[in-house]
Design a protein around this ligand. Structure first.
Ligand SMILES: O=C(O)CCC(=O)C(=O)O
Ligand SMILES: [Fe+2]
Length: 349
């Protein structure tokens, strides 16, 4: 069994049974013990696998099957719900090469989804970007219901895990719910990474998703068994990338820039990327559980974080100092999404 590089980086991501956080009858001691393990993971790598999460296995495999059927449709059928038609709600399908995570096109196609909000919702009425109705495909039937059921289950899990993160910082369990996530911004994506050459003609690797950090507080990723997700670590002072291999019936959980900001860098929003070398399609379903659009982001005042300061701009993938950010989550997110879909930004935002 390998050990983590304490002073340097890490060489594995822990698997944490989070059952005590999702079970309302669990003892405070049991909840705190899970929280402690989550806190250690957030400090070390910002990543862990959650098992014992309570999300129905049948629902997950049903959604996975329907998603594969969607991606197998002819291109023109998928393009019938292309993102440009989703307008400001930022929903729909994008084809391979349509998204530029780290300035180069990613080799993935995907379906952008989110909380289903009708035209009378106040944020939709106000024309708030990334809020609105989904563009669901007519084929395969049932995808809509499965997506809505899955998003509801993962929203519930997101709340449970955020209560654990609060406990891990010595805060009240509802710390994040009370300030940021009572009405979370929920974005959900279903990605397909097709197989193919893994190196471009210029010798550069071809990424399914280029190096990036996530933007909000917590990402819950369901990946299939193809592998290819990598997380940035260090060894002997040098950058190294460790694999985050598939673990059955788990979600890969990682924290995003806003939690890094709130904890002044103590909980880490760690860069990651994907390269599909399995020789077959890779399906992944990242679910983003984030602060509400209008929530202003503030550093957390807690003894556990005393003395923490951070400016990691020179090391970050985007060269930005997330710790200098002031504003609402909506401000932060808008600055980011425009960069990864530059054409769409000028068309619809
Ligand atoms: O597909 C994956 O495994 C990771 C996707 C990801 O990092 C993201 O969407 O932010
Ligand atoms: Fe990510």
């Amino acid at each position: 069994m390998s050990t983590a590089f304490a002073a340097d980086g890490f060489d594995r991501l822990p698997v944490i049974d989070v059952r005590a956080l999702t079970d309302p009858s669990s003892s405070t001691a049991a909840r705190k013990s899970v929280a402690e393990r989550m806190g250690a993971a957030c400090r070390e790598s910002g990543f862990f696998y959650a098992v014992g999460h309570g999300v129905d296995a049948g629902l997950q495999s049903h959604l996975e099957r329907l998603s594969r059927r969607f991606f197998a449709l002819p291109a023109e059928e998928k393009m019938a719900i292309r993102m440009a038609l989703g307008g400001r709600a930022w929903r729909g399908y994008f084809p391979v090469g349509g998204e530029l995570t780290s300035g180069r096109p990613d080799r993935k196609e995907g379906l952008y989804l989110g909380a289903e909000l009708g035209p009378d919702h106040p944020l939709v009425r106000a024309g708030t970007p990334l809020h609105g109705a989904n563009l669901f495909p007519s084929e395969p039937p049932g995808l809509r219901d499965a997506v809505l059921e899955y998003m509801a289950a993962l929203t519930q899990l997101g709340h449970a895990l955020m209560s654990g993160i609060a406990l891990s910082l010595g805060l009240a369990e509802d710390y994040f719910a009370a300030r940021y996530t009572a009405d979370p911004l929920v974005l959900f994506r279903i990605f397909n990474y097709p197989p193919g050459e893994d190196t471009a003609e210029d010798g550069q690797p071809i990424w399914g998703v280029g190096e990036h950090t996530d933007y909000g507080v917590l990402t819950l990723l369901k990946q299939d068994d193809a592998g290819g997700l990598q997380v940035k670590s260090r060894q002997g002072g040098q950058v190294c990338w460790i694999e985050a291999p598939p673990v059955p019936d788990s979600f890969v959980c990682n924290i995003g820039d806003m939690l890094d900001r709130m904890t002044r860098g103590v909980y880490r929003s760690t860069p990651h990327r994907v390269r599909n070398r399995a020789g077959r399609d890779r399906l992944s379903l990242p679910f983003f559980f984030d602060p509400g659009w209008t929530a202003a982001i503030h550093p957390i005042d807690a003894p556990a974080l005393e003395g923490a300061t951070a400016d990691d701009a020179s090391e970050r993938w985007d060269k930005q100092n997330v710790h200098a950010f002031q504003g609402t989550y909506g401000d932060y997110l808008l600055g980011k999404v425009g960069k990864v879909f530059p054409d769409l930004k000028s068309e619809v935002l």
